[in-house]
Design a protein around this ligand. Structure first.
Ligand SMILES: Cc1ncc(COP(=O)(O)O)c(C=O)c1O
Length: 335
């Protein structure tokens, strides 16, 4: 069985390229390449496109007219649900964690452009309220005779994770064509866990000797190990694979979150500057900058041994660069 056996919409432009990053790789002492899922185009791109190709196909088949989801202020996932809803003639409702903004910048601006209905929840009360608020929007749609669907945070469930099983299928094809060996380690940011779960399933099938490390942008390792191991098992079951994962089988690094989810970290900001100046590569302060900070440390402390073949998955997120403009240049000397 492959991901071709599932219903899927063509939302993005695939395959995305795999590039080498020779200057950054030399600095870190590894053979570094990058999967450019930031280049998948549709709606501003990023890792959510692959997940939504499966999740929105199911919604279309169910005759859904209103899609409801959640995330932080700068949620790329929420923005991509809004974009997909436009393309498919649906209405998107985004229930976001945070106070109503004074300025609509980055993903919030794009949410507005895509015509999404927005509701903001107090960041502390959010965790108690969110399920009820999303259900209330679904009920309100139903009362108007419209079919509604709640898409989980980050598109993270077994079906969404198929998007990253497919990414490994795609990368395995790409490397076969060039004759390059599989990577020793894949490095990816972890926010809701679906991307890492899909990568684990895809690697088990195609690259069994490859390990994957998720760099947390929010919670601690134990929380993600539990969640990702379960999701990987469920996703493998969808693929007809008998494989299961124990929490301890999932490699998560949780030392690079900084002050918290959605708040730039010193190390992440430094990594953003480094990537930009050494490779012309744009990362973001919420996800990929923190993941690159994690990669720098893992190479420096030897957890990723010198000479390893390392593949960094660029999950997109550059709209979040702009709302953090001042934090990113504060204290930086003019070149
Ligand atoms: C740019 C970016 N990178 C990484 C992630 C993390 O992916 P996941 O939610 O599948 O863990 C997300 C979404 O949460 C994202 O928007």
């Amino acid at each position: 069985m492959t991901t071709d056996d599932f219903r899927r919409l063509d939302l993005g432009f695939f395959p995305t390229p795999i590039e080498t990053l020779p200057r950054l790789g030399r600095l870190l002492g590894v053979d570094l390449s990058i999967k450019r899922d930031d280049y998948c185009g549709f709606g501003g791109g990023g890792n959510k496109v692959r997940k939504l190709e499966f999740l929105m196909a199911e919604a279309v088949d169910a005759g859904v007219e209103v899609v409801i989801t959640t995330g932080g202020h700068q949620s790329n996932h929420a923005r991509m649900v809004a974009a997909a809803a436009c393309k498919l003639g649906m209405q998107a409702v985004l229930v976001l964690r945070g106070h109503p903004p004074t300025e609509y910048q980055g993903n919030l601006l794009l949410d507005r452009l895509f015509g999404a209905e927005l509701e903001f929840l107090d960041p502390v009360a959010y965790f108690d309220l969110i399920d009820g608020r999303m259900q209330a929007h679904a009920d309100a749609a139903a009362a108007q005779g419209r079919t509604a669907r709640i898409i989980p945070l980050g598109g993270a469930n077994a079906l969404g994770a198929l998007g990253y099983v497919r990414a490994v299928e795609e990368m395995a094809d790409q490397l076969r064509q060039t004759g390059a060996p599989p990577p020793d380690v894949i490095v990816v940011p972890v926010g809701s866990g679906g991307t890492l779960a899909g990568l684990l399933v895809g690697c088990r099938r195609h690259w069994p000797a490859t390990s994957a490390v998720g760099i947390s942008v929010s919670r601690d390792s134990a929380w993600f190990q539990d969640r990702v191991s379960k999701m990987a098992g469920e996703c493998a079951a969808l693929m007809g694979m008998p494989d299961t994962w124990r929490p301890a089988d999932v490699w998560i690094e949780d030392g690079f979150v900084g002050p918290g989810y959605g708040q730039p970290s010193e190390g992440g900001n430094a990594a953003i500057h480094h990537a930009a100046r050494s490779e012309g590569l744009l990362l973001d302060p919420v996800y990929t900058g923190k993941a690159m900070d994690g990669l720098f440390h893992l190479c420096r402390n030897g957890d990723i041994p010198a000479g390893s073949r390392v593949l960094f998955v660029h999950c997109g997120g550059s709209p979040a660069l702009y709302p953090f403009a001042q934090a990113l240049i504060a204290g930086q000397p003019m070149p």
